[in-house]
Design a protein around this ligand. Structure first.
Ligand SMILES: [Zn+2]
Length: 409
């Protein structure tokens, strides 16, 4: 098979044909010329339009062949378009507007950028890092326009820290299809309002449940923008608050009792914080020894462990009954961090009990975050929020890619 035929059969090039392929300085250069039987199409509106003149030759990078760089060379025509008015460069079927690479290369780079870092993709395809960044940008733009947002009823709102020093990004997830819906800088009211604006009032009205942390700016915006939706506090966040309280009790006790106690508590932090079934055999033995001593941390530990049962209720009335008992115990425990935690729940009790009407949580978030983190942690260049968010969409939003004539990856 000739290289001409190979290119012709793998490339979207309706209205053009390969005139010649030459091997120049280690690269393949394919010259594309218009098929004289077809009138050019306007690059703005896509309609057939009258020929005006021809512009200088442009080079488009294509998917490499046997590791050899492939370029398409074409002198685009300009048209006098009477549909949209004005003089425009014609549409070229293999390219996506202004980019100097083919759509096929864009899809190929973007596909690899879902599993490798952008540096690795650039090295694999012998192209610049910025080319990969542009390819991902194009892919995300296409995906956001062409994705299906119908039928979304349950969403989760979560923040992730972009880098050390409390730089946050707010993410909104579709809990049913387990994908990222929206991502924006910050974690204030303004950020979440921007989501609802982008999502639109019609879609928002269809939301039945929204899961988030007990974070006041989120709560305020949700109650304002989607009052019909059940607000559910994410149980993983609540457990994190509880674990933090237990750890605070441990620290306070060490501080109060001094050196001897500090020695006794050495290497026990995770024994108190971990789920009991995740403890090693030696940790289990250590725990049962420590339980013999009348320690504050042990009382906090018991409170933490008994709180687990709260989530098991299926009826909000019984759940409330259990919570009342637990609240009494926690507030009479003489453990300040546990008392603070109990009061935090009591103040939000009405919303907290919504969980039993819509038992949703943001459990999917961790898995998705890990997927994106694999790529983020290994890569440089995510210093800007724009690239960081672009990558989140690319790895977590399950966006469709344009269909190409041939699958290269
Ligand atoms: Zn036009």
């Amino acid at each position: 098979m000739l290289v001409e035929t190979l290119i012709q059969n793998t490339l979207e090039m309706q209205g053009f044909r390969v005139a010649e392929v030459t091997f120049v300085n280690g690269s393949l250069e394919a010259e594309l010329v218009p098929d004289r039987r077809c009138a050019p199409c306007c690059g703005v509106c896509g309609q057939r339009a009258a020929y005006r003149d021809t512009r200088p030759v442009r080079r488009f990078r294509h998917v490499p062949l046997w590791g050899i760089a492939v370029y398409l060379l074409c002198a685009p025509r300009r048209v006098n378009c009477k549909h949209c008015g004005g003089i425009h460069v014609e549409a070229l079927p293999w390219s996506t507007g202004k980019q100097r690479f083919t759509e096929a290369l864009m899809v190929t780079l973007a596909t690899w950028a879902r599993v490798l870092t952008w540096q690795q993709v650039a090295a694999l395809f012998h192209c610049a890092w910025s080319t990969v960044a542009t390819a991902v940008d194009e892919a995300v733009k296409y995906g956001l326009v062409n994705r299906d947002l119908s039928g979304i009823t349950l969403i989760g709102v979560d923040e992730i820290s972009r880098k050390r020093g409390h730089v946050y990004v707010t993410n909104v997830y579709d809990l049913d299809s387990r994908r990222l819906l929206w991502s924006g800088e910050g974690r204030g009211q303004k950020t979440l309002k921007a989501f609802f604006e982008a999502f639109g009032p019609e879609q928002t009205a269809k939301l039945a449940g929204i899961c988030c942390d007990m974070w006041q700016p989120y709560v305020d915006v949700i109650k304002d923008k989607a009052p019909q939706a059940l607000l559910v506090f994410d149980k993983f966040h609540i457990v994190r608050h509880l674990t933090k309280a237990v750890d605070q009790v441990r620290r306070d006790e060490i501080r109060d009792k001094g050196k001897a106690h500090k020695a006794l508590m050495a290497k026990t932090r995770y024994i108190w914080l971990k789920n009991p079934w995740n403890l090693t055999e030696s940790q289990k033995i250590r725990l049962s020894e420590l339980e013999q001593l009348n320690l504050k941390i042990n009382r906090a530990y018991l409170l933490k462990e008994t709180f687990r049962r709260f989530w098991d209720y299926s009826n909000p009335v019984w759940a409330k009954d259990y919570l009342d008992k637990w609240f009494w115990w926690a507030t009479h425990s003489r453990l300040e961090p546990m008392r603070d935690f109990a009061w935090m729940l009591r103040r939000r009790e009405d919303d907290l009990l919504n969980y039993f009407d819509a038992p949703i949580d943001n459990g999917i978030v961790e898995g998705l975050n890990n997927k994106a983190k694999v790529i983020i942690h290994k890569a440089y260049g995510f210093k800007t929020a724009t690239n960081y968010i672009r990558n989140l969409y690319h790895c977590m939003a399950d966006l469709p890619l344009p269909k190409t004539m041939h699958t290269f990856a």
